[in-house]
Write a protein that binds this ligand. Structure first.
Ligand SMILES: [Zn+2]
Length: 127
């Protein structure tokens, strides 16, 4: 391989890595957006549940079925958010402290903020 070829290959490699990195950044931004949307949806459902309970209280009645269907919807979104967070951790090569939500290095055993013991199974059990 000539020196020119070597340089060409290095430039191509660097460009490829830059594209890969920017794709990852786009993916991370998309996931963060999806998590934000899901959290807004959860908050909205929690408001609905509160309103249903309050209306039921005012009417002297209790619509258990309506409430549990909203709660099921919340559970589904929470599962989805957990999966998105897991994907985000893999992309960013981090793990999130279950205690304080601080981002830590993937191989950390203890949280760098609160000292909480970060078990690897904490992420894996969400599967
Ligand atoms: Zn922590």
């Amino acid at each position: 391989m000539t020196m020119i070829d070597d340089i060409k290959n290095k430039v191509a490699e660097t460009a490829k890595n830059a594209i890969k990195k920017s794709n990852e950044i786009v993916e991370i931004a998309k996931i963060n957006l999806a998590i934000g949307d899901s959290q807004s949806r959860i908050n909205s459902l929690l408001r609905d549940v509160g309103k249903i309970i309050y209306d039921a209280y005012k009417a002297g009645d209790y619509f258990a079925e309506e409430i549990s269907s909203k709660c099921l919807e919340i559970d589904e979104i929470v599962d989805n958010v957990n999966n998105l967070r897991k994907k985000l951790c893999q992309l960013k090569n981090i793990k999130i402290c279950p205690q304080c939500e601080k981002e830590n290095e993937r191989d950390a055993c203890f949280c760098s903020r609160c000292g909480y013991r970060i078990e690897d199974e904490a992420e894996d059990k969400m599967e």
